[in-house]
Write a protein that binds this ligand. Sequence first.
Ligand code: CA
Length: 217
Amino acid sequence: MAKILIVEDEQPINNLIKKNLELVGYDCASVFDGAAVSNALASNRFDLILLDVMLPKLDGFAVMAQIKDTPVIFLTARSDVGDKVRGLRLGADDYIVKPFDMMELLARVESVLRRTQKLDKTFILGEVEVDLAGRQVYFKGARVDFTPQEFTLIETLIQNRNIALSRDKLLEIAWGYDFGGNTRTVDVHISSIRQKLGWEDVIKTVYKLGYRLEARK
Ligand code: CA
């Protein structure tokens, strides 16, 4: 699994990012100021760096100048367009504005890693194989018909595996803001996915919240 360096001086945020990335299976290391990055890079190879802009000792832009071949996602508290442009011009692969939703971060991490080819394009669990690039699902080697919404749901659950997701969030992601339906729609589709893949015990119902895909290594 990909190895990620988290550069963020706010300890609770750093810990939260690390915890969530580890839950979905990434291998993580944390540093808390800009000057510590060069040491971390000297002793380890990382597939991705999450880099805060406002850092003690050396800011994110100065750190960026030291990074050669590793993809970077900037974490910025400023919504300032100039900062985003500056980060991207320095060679960042993406940026995300704080405060961000953990799901959004996980989606961007996955997207950058997929682009830089550090990530498997197929998710395999038991007899289920999900081709994330081709948007196809296979069970015991045979292709299973999935509606676009069902595929988006399974993709979201995989991207956020081992993390509980609310019905509201799943509804919003799979159907969009403007959809008039209610969260019962999510239950119906989750039930259909469970049936198609024999995933009754893999997609857990989280009491009063929603669902979680269990995929521990
Ligand atoms: Ca900071």
